[in-house]
Design a protein around this ligand. Sequence first.
Ligand SMILES: Nc1ncnc2c1ncn2[C@@H]1O[C@H](COP(=O)(O)OP(=O)(O)OP(=O)(O)O)[C@@H](O)[C@H]1O
Ligand SMILES: [Mg+2]
Length: 388
Amino acid sequence: MPGDPSNLLTGILAQFGEQSRPFVEIAILVVLAGAAVATALNPILEFIDRMRRFGRWLWRSIPSIVRKLFGGRPPTPLPPAEPNRVIPNETTIWELYAPQQPIFPNSNGIPIITVANNKGGVAKTTIAANLAVYFRDRFQKPVLLIDFDYQGSLSQTIRGEAGYTEPDITADILISAPSAAINPALYAREMRRELENVFIYPTTYPFATIENNLMADWLRSEGGDLMYRLCALLRQPAYQEKYCAVLIDCPPRLTTGSINALCASTHLLVPTTLDDMSAQAAEYFLSQISRMSQAETRPVFPKLKVIGIVPSIVYRDGDTLLGEIRTRERLVRYGSSFWRRDDFVLTGASIPRTADISNYAGAGVAYVRKPRARQIFEKLGKEVEKRL
Ligand SMILES: Nc1ncnc2c1ncn2[C@@H]1O[C@H](COP(=O)(O)OP(=O)(O)OP(=O)(O)O)[C@@H](O)[C@H]1O
Ligand SMILES: [Mg+2]
């Protein structure tokens, strides 16, 4: 019968000569016997493996079973809290190694405004970009932006508006060691279209590595001029005569770029959203600024004036309204008690949350696109101007 295994075997054996047939028969027998043994052994091996896993589980469970049956040892008590332990005072690395002789920005020079806060996402970049265009229009003169945030959000916003899409970086030149071959003033990139007369030192991610390397070198050299490199540059006529103002955008950290911005600036603007968490962060940041500008032994940026706090991305309606009013009052109280100023919060120039602004994040400048955004930043610009 076709398909019968005995016929198949006979057919295979018929392929071989008389002499080799016994060997083929033996080989077939060995293969069949091996398959039979493996099939029989499989359940046995599986059983052994299960027993082995069960044994391991039992061994690991013994301590907890014993504890359950006979009660375990009481847990080791925690060591008593050190009665005199206090939270250490914060001192930044910049304060520790600041050079003895700081360089100051020109006392009657152009306004150099750093927009900073160690809290992220509070509209620092948005405010820097839009205020810059306000200053250009107001003074009918070129304005300079410096992007010291390695994320390059300001560069993206400004360059996007001008129609440039390839990443670019020249901000590193402003904090690198001076070189006879490079004139940093020539590396301010001129924008176009709606942003004529806006210049920017753009940045992008590699800036973070450059900053870290500069800081590491600085620490090794024990107090070189690193913190004041931007300040020394912006004092020069190439900047003082060409621009009506300089605005610097910082990341939410005290990086090499940020410390250069603070040391080179005449003014500081601190945006914050109106919730308690952000208010606390703004107050902490401002207390750091105060300490670093007034330190008795070695003030880092003694000439820096704080313009104040700008409430940003505020809702102005719905359930958040009451909370925002409370937080604003908290900041006003902080301004009058800590800074002895009743105008410390720019309450009349807060930036409302609006799609007219958020729709252009990283792609354009709301001030030149939307009349409503223009009004908002004109109001802020006028308040800022009053305090310069
Ligand atoms: N007035 C506003 N209304 C609505 N959205 C806003 C407003 N201002 C800023 N935003 C949005 O909030 C986000 C954070 O803004 P922005 O990048 O300016 O903050 P930042 O403080 O610079 O952040 P980072 O700390 O990351 O640098 C962005 O998506 C931006 O579009
Ligand atoms: Mg930013």
